[in-house]
Design a protein around this ligand. Structure first.
Ligand code: NAD
Length: 471
């Protein structure tokens, strides 16, 4: 919650603001904003010698495209408003990156750390059963994925439960994404959200004239970066930005506190250190600078909040010194803090753009599941032979020899992970170009978030119009 505005209301407010820059009829905007289906569930789970009543949700925000899609979150913060807001963000996210799904989200109000693996499995299987009973899951209906507090393990339990009830359904493996690679998942999904953050940031940083406006030079190399949350999204963003973008990670925050080093922090070594000691505090060469929110206030070029919502609020917005904020988490900046940051000239890359890598690769996984074959399997050898033929011809015509290593590189087909990463990169770059184009066309739009919402709204509205529902 931000002040008196709920998370869902703040998403609606952003949409209303963006809609005012379009000619989409008011009634259609209201339809786009509305949550189409909300399922609230209570079920018992045996914990020790007693039972516990578990509170859970699944929200399908928009049916303008099917299936609906969105992660499942295990956190104590889960409530109906949060799940509705996150489901709505999924609708705008999918539209923005041309993933042909409606938005959805699920949540179970638990702290997973308080349960054994067996209890977590019981909770996940019972939740899935409730979704099946209500027809809230299926490859053409609603397809969950991981989110905060869940990962491939939970997705494998969901798949197994679904298949137990839907024996013989040919596309059943497409009922959930983010599965382990050995359980019909796809290579590259685990790191997809963080990798997408990296591609989006790199694209944004590549425009010298945009960077000059915020006092930065172009390019990621050497830029200082601070990351909050070393989970799936935060750790991959930090790791890939450091290893492939040469960013200098100077600050990291986790639950136990914040650390800083002007010389840069080796993320791979830090993660190994945390695995061993259970904490980031005390990592050699770093200084402990305060609690989990302290790092947010560090002077840096790029700040990546990658933990949970409501991290930058009225309380600390004034003290934020970053030039760019990439909202890797969903909703890390409250609606009342957003204008303060914009007034300070901070460039904010909004959540539903910058963290869209996860759903993009989930879409690739779903396509792989429905096609029942691995990407590249049909065409790789054929392409290899065709390219070899072309190179042989080039050698024959020029009288020059291409060395074996070069030939090998030029003729081989892409592996699954290479194809996934190149599709992801293209998706993030194209979406950024569309947002940037919108900003260039509308001199009255001042921020990336509003421009991105305009792009999404236009696409969703055009779907409704082509359905013949609205003129
Ligand atoms: P995760 O559970 O893997 O990691 C979250 C991390 O944040 C954990 O390590 C946790 O200890 C840490 N954390 C919690 N509170 C903190 C605090 N106050 N300060 C610092 N660290 C804190 O979750 P995730 O999947 O990485 O998701 C993180 C965010 O990214 C969420 O907002 C989620 O909705 C969003 N997101 C995730 C995906 C995905 O594919 N997993 C996709 C899009 C968006």
């Amino acid at each position: 919650m931000s002040g008196h505005i709920s998370f869902f209301k703040s998403v609606e407010n952003y949409v209303d603001k963006a809609a005012s820059f379009t000619d989409i009829p008011r009634g259609l905007v209201e339809q786009i904003k509305a949550c189409n289906l909300v399922l609230q569930i209570r079920f018992p789970v045996r914990v020790g010698n007693d039972y516990e009543v578990i509170e859970a949700y699944r929200v399908q925000h928009s049916h303008h495209r099917l299936p609906t899609k969105g992660g499942i979150r295990y956190a104590e913060s889960v409530d109906q408003d949060e799940v509705m807001a996150l489901a709505a963000l999924m609708t705008y996210k999918c539209a923005l990156v041309d993933v042909p799904f409606g938005g959805a989200k699920g949540g179970i109000k638990i702290n997973p750390a308080k349960y054994t693996v067996e209890q977590l499995q019981n909770i996940t299987r019972r939740y899935t059963t409730e979704l099946i009973k209500k027809n809230f899951i299926g490859p053409g209906i609603d397809v969950p994925a991981p989110d905060y507090g869940t990962g491939p393990r939970e997705m494998a339990w969901i798949l197994d439960t679904y298949q137990a009830f839907r024996h013989g359904e040919i596309d059943s493996i497409g009922c959930v994404t983010g599965k382990p690679v050995t359980q019909n998942g796809i290579r590259g999904r685990a790191e997809a959200t963080g990798r997408g953050v990296f591609y989006g940031l790199r694209e944004c940083l590549s425009h010298a004239e945009d960077m000059a406006k915020i006092g930065l030079t172009k390019g990621m190399a050497g830029k200082t970066m601070v990351v909050q949350g070393l989970g799936n999204v935060g750790s991959n963003t930090a790791l890939i930005s450091q290893q492939e973008g040469d960013a200098k990670i100077i600050g990291i925050a986790e639950r136990e506190g914040s650390i800083y080093s002007a010389n840069g922090i080796n993320v791979e070594k830090l993660m190994a250190f945390r695995k061993e000691t259970g904490s980031i505090i005390g990592f050699p060469g770093t200084e402990h600078i305060g609690d989990a929110s302290a790092a947010l206030e560090l002077e840096c070029d790029i700040l990546v909040p990658a933990a949970l919502e409501n991290q930058i609020t009225l309380k600390n917005a004034d003290r934020i010194k970053a030039k760019i904020i990439a909202e890797a988490a969903n909703g890390p900046i409250t609606a009342d803090a957003d204008p303060i940051l914009l007034k300070k000239g901070v460039l904010i890359l909004p959540d539903f753009y910058i963290n869209a890598g996860g759903v993009t690769v989930s879409y690739f996984e779903w396509l792989k599941n429905l096609s029942h074959h691995r990407f590249g399997r049909l065409e790789n050898r054929f392409q290899n032979e065709a390219f070899t033929g072309i190179l042989n011809k080039v050698e024959e015509m020029t009288g020059k020899t291409i060395n074996a290593r070069e030939k090998d590189f030029l003729t081989r087909g892409g592996t699954e992970v290479e194809l996934v990463n190149s599709g992801l990169q293209d998706t993030m770059v194209v979406a950024y170009q569309q947002i940037r184009e919108t900003l260039l066309q509308h001199s009255d739009i001042q921020d990336v978030r509003t421009a991105a919402f305009v792009c999404s709204l236009k696409k969703i509205a055009s779907d409704y119009v082509s359905m013949g529902i609205f003129p």
